[in-house]
Design a protein around this ligand. Sequence first.
Ligand code: ZN
Ligand code: ZN
Length: 375
Amino acid sequence: MAFAGPELLDSFQMDHQGRQTRVQNILARHRLDGLLVNHLPNVRYLCGFTGTAGVLLVAENRSLFFTDGRYTSQAHDEVKASKVVIAQLPPLAAAAKWIAANHKGKQRWRLGIEGEHLSVAARSRLAGALPGGCQLRQAPALVERLRMVKDPQEMDCIRAAVGLGASLFDRALKIIRPGVKESEVAAEMEYAAHQAGAQEMSFSTIIAAGKRSALPHGRASAARIPSSGFVVCDFGVILTGYCSDMTRTVHVGRVSAAERRGYQAVLSAQQASIDRVRPGVSCGEVDRAGRKLLKKEGLARYFTHSTGHGVGLEIHETPRVAAGQTEVLQPGMVITIEPGIYLPGQWGVRIEDMVVVTTSGCEVLGSTSKELITL
Ligand code: ZN
Ligand code: ZN
């Protein structure tokens, strides 16, 4: 199967200028004159830079990207919507120096920082390098909020990542059998991912077999798949910067009545949450819909994590789909729906898909079967 690779879907097709304008338009509302963006996924989102050292300064009517000499040609290639500054200093220090030189003597210049992503030490170095009239303020998660709603170019990337990710499950089905190590299954999947053009996995592949299926985050280990039991497979790839995330649970050997009932309950809970996804509904309501179904089956106490999370440039991003979350769904948001139950020392089941919120409901991305597969 062929996938649209980086040559078809590249960062140049993204509307970085439009995204930066949206940030500039809301700065005043947050009583800021500029925003210093150092969280790399946010930097990438706003200016297209894919390297690992750089900060972006978005001010009312200008935008500068600071990086170091290692990225001279990459930054000039990738960053079109901001002025590129190649600095001898670390990027944050270079940005501070530029601000100091350009805002000397000004009465008040309010610089927003990404408090969730800037260390205490970096913040104090920044404060020390700025002139007296500059005020540092912790900005709300402005860029993360913009990133929640995906634009059509991002959806192309996400669909391609989901397609590649889903193909790895077919690979897993060919390998999973009693006696095979979990890590062998994961290694085969990851090899297939790289061969198909994935940049990397979205996270360490989870293959949790038998009793280990009761661990919600059972990274593939050296344990061998037992002769009977569930195998939880949770995996994803990064393609053109965008993540995929999917879980399927299969079974080896004879399925007990309790296991079959548990599997069907999780599947129904997932469908109940999916059915609740539409614009105007809160994330908490989506979580509640699935949980309610498991409660009816007497299994809610085994559903020990939240229902899902946003996915995009990062594997876990806003919104959180969890109990009590008041964030309201909007068209273009991409979230996972991944209920699971975990009976300690016995077995576990999780089923996960990514969905995109549409104008009237949602679309499940990918079409991999969810009927219980026994191997
Ligand atoms: Zn997952
Ligand atoms: Zn997930």
